[in-house]
Design a binder for this molecule. Structure first.
Ligand code: HEC
Length: 110
């Protein structure tokens, strides 16, 4: 095999792999969300504090539009939002944070 072709094919394979992993994470995140978060955040809304939705604009305004901000809040809780640190595995928290951020980017209208 040509010495340029081989690294090219390997990187394509690697990219495909990364995409597959991402898709699985979002699906797992959706599960975690419906079990643990939807009670207060159905449809990306907030049943307790109406301004603190999971929608793009609100996340931006409240500086919550990053994986690290969401993970921190899910682990530690904030005011009326319970802490999930002791209840969910780090992997679940990562997945649900990715899911929330990804969803917020898909419904940009609000
Ligand atoms: C008992 C209700 C409740 C549950 C369950 C809950 N939250 Fe929250 N969530 C809140 C409240 C209340 C706030 C606003 C906290 C504040 O800033 O005072 C909030 C805020 C947030 C924010 C920041 C939103 C913003 O615009 O600032 C994110 C992100 C979030 N929650 C994600 C989650 C995730 C992910 C889960 C599930 C693992 C979850 N929440 C479960 C009540 C809840």
């Amino acid at each position: 095999m040509n010495k340029f072709l081989k690294p090219l094919i390997l990187s394509i394979l690697l990219l495909n792999h990364i995409q597959a992993v991402n898709a699985a994470d979002l699906e797992a995140g959706a599960q975690v969300f419906s079990t643990n978060c939807a009670a207060c955040h159905a449809g990306g809304n907030n049943a307790i504090m109406q301004d603190k939705t999971l929608k793009k604009d609100a996340l931006e305004t409240n500086n919550m539009n990053s994986i690290s901000a969401i993970t921190t809040q899910v682990k530690n809780g904030k005011n009326a939002m319970p802490a999930f640190g002791g209840r969910l595995a780090n992997e679940d928290i990562d997945n649900v944070a990715n899911y929330v951020l990804n969803q917020s980017e898909q419904c940009k209208e609000k």
